[in-house]
Design a protein around this ligand. Structure first.
Ligand code: ATP
Ligand code: MG
Length: 447
């Protein structure tokens, strides 16, 4: 290469991460574990677009929230002038889809989604501009039972992932009329103490005073601790609902603490709110947040339909899994095809396809910048691939219509290398690798 000026390096957008192959198996473990638990509770997958009309989020999330005030990636579609937003969360899109397709016409639905979310926040540990969430939404269920079920499903996930030290914080923010009475008392209380309020609290005082309770400002902790507690305003049905959730959790020995200051940053929540929190992640300790949002669907023009859900932050869970020493094996292939010469390469392609037909994972050696690779180079690659067997084809093998099949791991077989006719290679490998016990990883395998 000449000494030409190098092109300027293009890097990822700030706050948006790559998940590299070395990390992917841990993500896969998290995804597979979560999905199998969701399935075991009867939740069904829903996939909605990453882009939605901006109005959807403005309406669903509420105008005076962190998300809508300052975190959305919104833009005008230059083709037609539509106002669009990269989804900052998954509930709005899910509810839109449920209404658009009338999914709850025949009764309530348990749904789940996963995928990237986008928020223009200050990037820091556990807080990114693109991040991944798993979420569940139970739509059409009224009682405390489904709230408890969602919470217990999360609990099971932490257990299955081997994550300890995640505590459940629980609260109820009651119904609208209860919040209204509380709000009046809360505003009066803060007004009487306005010398202690910071600028953000002052701004929120008449728009979203409940959010002041969420403040992380140390100077305001004493003030918010002494504030009127919404829980004390609950009565009738909403008090019974909260007690119902606690009763099921107690009966199932699910530990929790009632945190009377726990509110949600999103306007559509009512009654049950909960968070799973850890002290192991620094300031960003909430790994899962959820609650009931009974008013939302009617706000969207649907029939009044109760709903409850949660969303969990996958980056934070991955970090917890790593610090718990959790690791996932890198993906390995079963067979690595080594070949030398054109005739061998042609035969290697044919054999590789046949072996894959039998459900095994095959990596076929392909030429790199350094060339096609000597036998020695290729065997090194075979070793590094983690393959159980190398299938080796050279001039001699082609002439004799056989392949050399070499066991790459000591325990795989007693014969270190076998000479196998082309037509028997598949059966030989399946025998050696799959053996008698059907391996569920090899779902394509048919006898
Ligand atoms: P916070 O008060 O920390 O900003 P939030 O109320 O905005 O949280 P939710 O909208 O309830 O968070 O999102 C649910 C979960 O998604 C969070 O508990 C967290 O685990 C994860 N999460 C939210 N925002 C981010 C982000 N910017 N980066 C990574 N994970 C996030
Ligand atoms: Mg936030």
């Amino acid at each position: 290469m000449s000494e030409n000026k190098k092109a300027e390096k293009i890097v990822a957008v700030k706050g948006m991460n790559d998940i590299l192959p070395a990390e992917a198996p841990l993500w896969e473990l998290l995804e597979n574990t979560t999905e199998s638990i969701l399935k075991s509770y009867g939740y069904q997958k829903i996939v909605t677009p990453i882009l939605e009309e901006t109005g959807l989020f403005a309406r669903a999330i509420g105008a005076v929230t962190d998300i809508v005030e300052k975190e959305m990636y919104s833009f005008t579609d230059s083709m037609n002038g539509d106002l669009l937003t990269l989804r900052p969360e998954g509930t709005a899109g899910t509810v839109r889809a449920v209404l658009e397709h009338n999914l709850v016409y025949d009764g309530p639905k348990r749904l789940w989604y996963k995928g990237p979310m986008f928020r223009h926040e200050r990037p820091q540990r556990g807080r990114y501009r693109q991040f991944f969430q798993f979420g569940a939404e139970a739509i059409g269920f009224t009682g405390p039972d489904i709230d408890a079920e969602l919470i217990m499903m999360c609990r099971r996930l932490w257990d299955d992932l081997g994550l300890e030290n995640i505590r459940l914080e629980l609260n109820s923010i009651g119904d609208a009329s209860e919040r209204l009475r509380h709000r009046a008392d809360l505003i009066a209380y803060f007004e009487a103490n306005d010398a202690t309020l910071d600028a953000e609290a002052k701004r929120r005082l008449h728009t979203n005073p409940l959010r002041i309770l969420d403040t992380k400002n140390p100077a305001m902790q004493e003030l918010v601790n002494g504030a009127p507690k919404l829980l004390d305003y609950l009565e009738g049905e909403s008090l019974a609902h909260f007690n119902g959730v606690k009763k099921i959790l107690d009966h199932n020995n699910v530990p929790y603490v009632v945190n009377t200051r726990l509110v949600r940053g999103i306007d559509y929540y009512n009654r049950t709110v909960f968070e799973f929190v850890t002290d192991e992640l620094g300031a960003q300790g909430t790994v899962c947040a959820g609650g009931r949002y009974d008013p939302l669907i009617e706000m969207f023009g649907g029939k009044p339909t109760p709903a409850v859900g949660f969303a969990m932050g996958m980056e934070r869970l991955i970090e917890l899994m790593k610090s718990a020493g959790e690791s996932a094996a890198p993906s390995q292939c079963d067979v690595y095809m080594v070949h030398q010469g054109e005739a061998a390469q042609m035969q290697a392609f044919v054999l590789a396809e046949r072996i894959r037909d039998a459900g095994l994972d095959v990596v076929l050696h392909c030429a790199a910048a350094s060339g096609a690779g000597s036998f020695k180079t290729q065997m090194k690659k075979a070793d590094a691939s983690g393959a159980a067997f190398a299938v080796i084809l050279g001039d001699d093998e082609i002439a004799n219509h056989v392949a050399a099949v070499k066991a790459m791991r000591g325990s795989a077989t007693d014969t270190q290398q076998a000479t196998v006719p082309f037509d028997d290679v598949v059966e030989y490998l399946v025998d050696q690798i799959v053996g008698d016990d059907y391996d569920h990883d090899h779902v394509h395998y048919h006898h």
